[in-house]
Every structure is written in C-alpha cells, then in structure tokens.
Write a protein that binds this ligand. Structure first.
Ligand code: CU
Length: 69
C-alpha cells in the first residue's frame, strides 16, 4: 500500500471534501482517500504509486486544483 499526500486548492466545505473523495476514490487502485479540509490536504492510499496527472485530472473533474509540490 502506498500513501501519497497532495495539496488541493479551493475546498471550502464538506461538499467539496465528498466531491474530491468521490472522484479521486474512483481512480483504479485507490483504496482510501482522507481529506484534511483545513489544511487542503488529500492523502490517497493506493495499491501502486499513482500518476500525478491522473490524480490531477480527478481533482480537476471534481472542480478543484492540485497544487504542485
Ligand atoms: Cu464545498
């Protein structure tokens, strides 16, 4: 299991959290998504390391922006 933390911009409430969790959670191989709303941090647990571009696309689909590390 791999845990990766991403910084996501624009999340303001529980709806944002669930939108991001749903989209990122739908990526193949993702087992769990933990969102720290106050910190704008999204921690993804997956079977294999994820392509950042794939995570970025999912976050974008949810309506938010992945911040470059
Ligand atoms: Cu919201």
């Amino acid at each position: 299991m791999v845990n990766t933390t991403y910084q996501v911009q624009g999340m303001t409430c529980g709806h944002c959290v669930s939108a991001v969790s749903t989209e990122v959670g739908a990526i193949a191989g993702v087992r769990d998504v933990q969102v720290d709303l106050a910190a704008g941090r999204v921690t993804v647990s997956s079977d294999q390391p994820l392509e950042t571009a794939v995570v970025r696309a999912a976050v974008d689909e949810a309506g938010y922006d992945l911040v470059d590390a």
